[in-house]
Design a protein around this ligand. Structure first.
Ligand code: PNW
Length: 535
């Protein structure tokens, strides 16, 4: 076990936002309350075999009824911000641009936003976290119908800006377009569950539909951002962007083929969305791999897509060792493993097969994204599911050592990326505030920093929740002490990801950028003295 050696002088600026994240369908339950319409997850989660434990989202963590309790919990952790999502079908039950708005749905979120602000907690709001109104799927197949979905999504976004934008200053349009497209329309493991695999789904074409869905997601995001910028931003003064999933990709070994494979993995997991949005073009590899199956944008669409995110929203969980080969286009025809050439494992195994703890990868990913896309980074999700936590009695589950160790590692990587590498990171949200409905895993896999007893709905802070709260309180500068940050800009060009095995060497962390120009003189002297005294 590695103990991070974070220098005691390292700090994060006072306006750094930190807290926990959740999503509407994973916590709210009360799927029939307040005039809510169905989402695509309502019925999907009830189909036998779609969730590991056969359980659905009807109750989840009952947060629709217990939101005040959740708020108290946030206050007890001392968070500065809370990331949550709005359920489209609570706000517009039938989803479409001509369908009525539910004032009850609006009131639910409006009251919650007011209550957060009254406690000094900044709302960080996701418009779409996978719960598409079922009616839109029934009417025209949802994300597969670009013309319809773009208009319906933009109207929904506009309603949210109108009703909440006086108080919400941080918007995320979409959560994880790759997951929406690939898991929903390619692998078919998430709603709506379409796939070429006829054992899984009676309909679907995994060779074309995910790329079409992704295209509609990009456009819906981009047109909503345009609406925000043209009609709301000036008055409301908020910021808006997208959040992408993407794990660090490390070549399995030094072979040129595997070094190239790691870049291909990044091109498909991240570049598919990030390159159009931040750079205005598709990665060459996406075009090469998909040919005419990759939908193209018109000139007009490109002009809306390029530059359509104010920041880089980063969701990340792990690092994959990448080997060239295989036929899984969803991973860029790259094989993933956690077993190194010498037979050792990359890190501690989580409950889900796709996750091992490797904090160095978190730092490498921050560097890669900052240099390639040149935007301030908001870490909007990051977390760990302890193996077999669900089988443990609550007293034992609360001592979630593997999760504490995970957060110890990533927080150390985070503060070093800011202080030593000059990466402009402005927020960190751990996934998740609560154990909750973990999609196809049902309730078996627990990601919470707070334990939820699903029989009583009681919440209990885990050691990891307390660790994160203390870590950020210790490392984020106090409000009064300093001036606003002047982020260090060090990214001039788009780098290749993998010139050698270690990304950090490739990305050339520059020492000059390690100076924190935002530090107030008093804080700097204190930090200097403590370092000198070895405190
Ligand atoms: C994210 N994968 O999903 C989501 O944003 C959350 O809603 C979810 O609870 C969390 O991560 C934990 O899973 C992912 O297969 C789902 O690599 C699957 C993957 C990654 C992220």
């Amino acid at each position: 076990m590695v103990t991070p050696n974070t220098p005691s002088s390292y700090e994060l600026p006072s306006n750094f936002l930190w807290g926990f994240a959740t999503a509407s369908f994973q916590i709210e339950g009360s799927t029939d309350a307040g005039g809510r319409g169905k989402s695509i997850w309502d019925d999907f989660s009830k189909i036998p075999g779609k969730t590991l434990d056969g359980r659905d989202g009807d109750v989840a963590t009952d947060s629709y009824n217990r939101w005040q309790e959740d708020l108290d919990l946030l206050v007890s952790y001392g968070v500065k911000s809370y990331r949550f999502s709005l359920a489209w079908s609570r706000i517009i039950p039938l989803g479409g641009r001509d369908d009525p708005i539910s004032e009850e749905g609006i009131k639910f979120y409006s009251d919650f936003i007011d209550a957060l602000l009254a406690k000094g907690i900044t709302p960080f709001v996701t418009l779409y976290h996978w719960d598409l109104p079922q009616t839109l799927h029934d009417r025209y197949l949802g994300w597969l119908n670009k013309t319809e979905i773009v208009q319906d999504y933009v109207r929904y976004a506009r309603v949210c800006f109108e009703r909440f934008g006086d108080r919400v200053k941080h918007w995320l349009t979409m959560n994880e377009p790759w997951c929406i497209s690939i898991l929903g329309y390619g692998r078919g493991v998430f709603a709506p569950g379409r796939s070429s695999d006829r054992l899984r789904s009676p309909e679907g074409d995994s060779s074309t539909e995910p790329w079409i869905a992704g295209h509609s997601v990009i456009l819906s995001h981009a047109y909503a951002v345009r609406a925000y910028r043209e009609e709301f931003k000036q008055k409301q003064g908020g910021e808006i962007g997208v959040t992408l999933n993407g794990d660090w990709a490390m070549p399995y070994d030094d072979s040129p083929a595997n070094i190239e494979a790691a870049q291909h993995a990044l091109d498909v997991a991240i570049g598919w969305f990030a390159d159009p949005i931040y750079l205005g073009s598709y990665p060459a590899y996406m075009k090469e791999m998909l040919g005419d199956r990759l939908p193209s944008f018109t000139e007009e669409e490109w002009s809306v897509v390029k530059g359509s995110s104010d920041f880089y929203g980063m969701n990340t969980y792990t690092t994959n060792l990448c080997k060239a080969g295989g036929e899984d286009e969803f991973q860029g025809n790259v094989e993933y493993t956690f077993t190194r050439p010498d037979g050792t494992q990359l890190g501690t195994q989580a409950h889900c097969a796709w996750l091992q703890d490797y904090p160095e990868g978190f730092r490498d990913l921050l560097n890669y994204l900052y240099k390639r896309y040149r935007k301030p980074i908001y870490v909007t999700e990051n977390g760990f599911a302890v193996k077999d936590e669900d089988k443990k009695p609550v007293e034992e589950a609360l001592h979630d050592d593997d999760r504490v160790q995970y957060y110890r590692g990533v927080t150390d990587s985070l503060i070093k990326a800011v202080n030593e590498d000059g990466v402009d990171v402005r927020a960190y949200f751990a996934w998740s505030l609560l154990d909750n409905f973990e999609w196809a895993d049902g309730y078996v896999t627990r990601f919470g920093v707070t334990y939820v007893d699903y029989k009583t709905q009681k919440r209990y802070a885990k050691d990891s929740g307390n660790f994160i709260a203390k870590w950020f309180q210790d490392h984020v500068q106090q409000e009064e002490k300093d001036a606003p940050p002047t982020p260090v800009k060090n990214a001039k060009e788009v780098p290749p990801a993998h010139g050698s095995k270690r990304a950090s060497a490739v990305h050339g962390k520059t020492k000059e950028n390690s100076k924190r120009s935002w530090k107030a003189p008093l804080a700097r002297i204190t930090a200097y003295v403590s370092t000198f005294l070895g405190l």
